[in-house]
Write a protein that binds this ligand. Structure first.
Ligand code: PLP
Length: 448
């Protein structure tokens, strides 16, 4: 069942000799699905091509950044033009100002933006800023939410930490772990209890805007608004991590759907409106290049160096190539792009559900805007998955055969049941049909 070919196997062995686990980010190693990872030679539109020349419809999309599809010509051209003018200056550029303006135009509550190179840096800096602003030490996070590999945020994290079944990470000091309080996701009573006990010591609550690193587990309607209420009451900050959802589920990210009131007073998800103090951005905002950022109220953001006492810096922050890719991507991400991604997600999500139903595989397709993932198991099918404990209790053993049947048919799914499926505006009917054709056999494999 696992597709092990000699070329891929040889390269992976060679990689193992020079790189821990043979990869530069753990989930790429196919650890939870078995077999050898595809080494990719190139990608275009909705497709990736491996070093043996085999093409796959891609549902990983670089784990989110490629909203427009791989190697979108306008984005590549923008990067090439920028590269011809110089790779990095270590001095400010106009494009950085334009990208910050583009972010603010879409997410007005991000009044000021600081660009960094990775989502990890964005959340790390947001936590430091929250501590600097409040003079408090404790951070509250939710089990199953992944915010990058920041020491303070690795406890009970999703993504690779979930995929490999780790409680956290070796090397995180007890002191650092002691400053992080982990609360079950979607559990307002537990959050209230933590605030009742430690409210005066809590600098911030950080939450994925809509979690997608334990599979897609949307907040219950009003959950983020409740976090906002509690943090305000206790003078703690609310950090909304939109690294994955930002500019992907809509121009203003999950916040645009969940936190912004439409006519009638409630948001598109039915929540009351709310505004976090800080946002973390990444992935789409860099258009496939290493760029991320944090944004928020101007007075708060001004506490960052050099205008304030909270230190933060980066040799490659706001790098001109990354900035060019991000700007081109945001400018191209119009209503038609989001409509196409939403439609492809709807069609594929429905088809996955129908194929698994046809084989009697208990499951639930969980959605948050155009993000979705499959949760296997009777309980997930009956009650839905609302927390990390629910996500871990699913029939994870069904994912590897499902994954490999799809891969054999030329469709590359995320190699972990705890990750969202990512689509792009380049997933046209031809690409979608290839996915639909692959599903019946994959559903059969999952049923076995
Ligand atoms: N926050 C969320 C919600 C993420 O999904 C990720 C990465 O997947 C990060 C933060 C960390 O971003 P990066 O991998 O760029 O450090």
């Amino acid at each position: 069942m696992t597709t092990t070919t000699s070329t891929m196997h040889e390269i992976f062995e060679r990689a193992h000799r020079v790189t821990p686990g043979g990869v530069n980010s753990p989930v790429r190693a196919f650890g939870s699905v078995g077999g050898d990872p595809r080494f990719i030679a190139s990608a275009r539109g909705p497709y990736v091509t491996d070093v043996e020349g085999r093409e796959y419809v891609d549902l990983v999309m670089s784990w989110g950044p490629a909203l427009l599809g791989h190697a979108a010509p306008e984005v590549v051209a923008a990067v090439q033009e920028a590269a011809a003018r110089g790779l990095s200056f270590g001095a400010p550029t106009v494009a950085e100002v334009e990208l910050a303006e583009a972010v603010r135009a879409r997410v007005p509550a991000a009044e000021k933006v600081r660009f960094v190179s990775t989502g990890t840096e964005a959340t790390m800096t947001a936590v430091r800023l929250a501590r600097g602003a409040t003079g408090r030490d404790l951070v509250v996070k939710f089990a199953g939410c992944y915010h990058g590999h920041v020491d303070a945020l690795l406890a009970d994290a999703g993504s690779g930490v979930a995929t490999f079944g780790l409680p956290g990470s070796a090397g995180v000091t007890a002191a650092s772990a002691a400053e992080t309080i982990v609360v079950p996701y979607n559990d307002l009573a537990a959050l209230e209890a933590v605030f009742a006990e430690r409210g005066d010591d809590i600098a911030a609550v950080i939450a994925e805007a809509s979690p997608a690193n334990m599979g897609v587990v949307p907040p219950r309607p009003g959950f983020n608004a409740a976090i906002r209420r509690l943090t305000t009451e206790h003078r703690a900050l609310f950090i909304l991590d939109e690294v994955l959802t930002g500019f992907r589920v809509g121009p203003a990210g999950w916040w645009g759907l969940d936190g912004v009131a439409r006519d009638g007073g409630v948001s598109a998800t039915g929540s009351e409106a709310y505004t976090p103090d800080l946002f973390a951005f990444g992935k789409v905002v860099g258009g496939g290049m290493p760029l991320a950022g944090l944004g928020g109220r101007a007075a708060l953001m001004d506490l960052l160096s050099p205008s304030g006492p909270v230190y933060q810096a980066g040799t490659l922050s706001g790098n001109p190539l990354a900035t060019a890719a991000g700007l081109a991507t945001l400018r191209l991400a119009d209503d038609a792009v989001y409509a196409r991604v939403d439609e492809a997600a709807r069609v594929i999500g429905d088809a996955v559900g129908a194929a698994l139903d046809a084989e009697g595989v208990p499951h639930r397709v969980q959605r948050a805007g155009n993000l979705f993932s499959v949760m296997f198991g009777e309980t997930a099918a009956r009650d839905g998955v609302h927390s990390y404990a629910d996500a871990q209790a699913q029939d994870t053993f069904r994912h590897p055969p499902f994954f490999h049947a799809m891969l054999d048919a030329g469709v590359a799914l995320p190699p972990s049941v705890f990750e969202a499926w990512f689509l792009s505006a380049a997933h046209d009917d031809a690409a979608v049909n290839r996915i639909l054709e692959a599903l019946p056999a994959a559903a059969q494999a999952a049923a076995a």
